[in-house]
Ligand binder design. Structure first.
Ligand code: GUN
Length: 301
């Protein structure tokens, strides 16, 4: 079997086009431009790229983006002051503090300080609690994007066995929670595995839908996949890889790979997301959706 590709990039473009229409309508009706504040602290190269992508996506969809770039030496207190200022600014509807933060900054302190009504990442304990109770204010961007992908590709989750590999607060735990909820894109039987799980291979092999979010390059191999399963790869790992170039010479090059061994798994899975071009673009699209949701909620008050 050769897996069909779940085209996250193409789907994200579709979703962004839908959001653009919604944003235009919202502006016409309310004379308010939905505005997202993004805070980037320090010099993490990957974060710089992610933030630029978010800025571009906002602008294309008609949202306003304000980027706050702070030096790596910024203290928790200074960052907290900025968050409080953004909370108090009624013209800002969403706040995202890009992670990871430099060492020395108290990440929990900062994230907990974001006004839950502006918490477009859905990281605040209040928003996490609302998601777990099935009455979300926002949905966490990456799991939300994956759920939309399953729904829009017509992949049934009701009664299916879903295995999530990875228990992070950003992806693993909320992914399990969304697929567990009653309703469209939910009603699955969910197992969350992690680095201490016994018999991981046997559990993974039972999955109708497998979500890999463990942060280990090409961790999920073909022997872990039930034939025909849907495999969603959340990983983004930079590795050095041996290739043979066009002149037949062996070279060591930088390569971006997921948590799934794409070439091996595609021979067994029914559906598979590529890296890049799979889950990543959907995360950005759902961030825009959440920023618009924030603006709508605040305008309704
Ligand atoms: N860094 C990597 N992914 C994310 C994300 O979804 N939100 C934030 N704030 N930082 C990240």
């Amino acid at each position: 079997m050769t897996a069909k590709i779940l085209d996250g990039k193409g789907l994200a473009q579709e979703i962004r086009a839908e959001i653009k229409v919604e944003v235009k309508k919202f502006i016409e009706e309310n004379d308010i431009q939905p505005t997202l504040a993004v805070v980037l602290v320090g010099n993490n190269e990957a974060s710089k790229v992610y933030v630029r992508n978010k800025e571009r996506a906002c602008n294309e969809a008609g949202l306003k983006s304000l980027i706050f770039r702070l030096p790596a030496e910024t203290s928790s207190k200074e960052l907290l002051e900025l968050v409080r200022k953004l909370n108090a600014d009624a013209s800002i509807h969403g706040i995202l503090v890009q992670l990871p933060l430099p060492k020395g900054i108290d990440e929990k302190l900062i994230l907990d300080a974001i006004d839950p009504e502006k918490d477009v990442d859905c990281f605040h304990p209040e928003n996490v609690g609302l998601v777990s109770q099935g009455r979300p204010r926002f949905l966490p961007c990456t799991p939300y994007g994956i759920q939309q992908m399953l729904i829009r590709y017509g992949i049934e989750t009701v009664g299916k066995r879903v295995v999530v590999i990875g228990r992070s607060d950003i992806v693993g735990k909320p992914m399990g929670m969304l697929l567990l909820q009653k309703g469209i894109g939910g009603d699955a039987t969910v197992t969350i595995c992690h680095s201490r799980t016994a018999n991981l291979v046997e559990i993974a092999k039972q999955a109708d839908v497998l979500v890999a979010a463990i942060g280990k390059a090409e961790f999920v191999t073909a022997d872990m996949i039930k034939p025909g399963a849907v495999v969603v790869d959340v990983g983004m790992n930079k590795i050095k890889k041996d290739i043979v170039d066009e002149n037949g010479e062996k070279k060591l090059v930088d390569k971006l790979v997921g948590d799934v061994d794409f070439n091996g798994v595609k021979e067994v899975a029914g559906w598979l997301t590529p890296v890049p071009g799979g889950v990543g673009p959907l995360t950005v699209a759902m961030l825009l959706k959440n920023a618009l949701t924030g603006a709508k909620r605040q305008a309704a008050k």
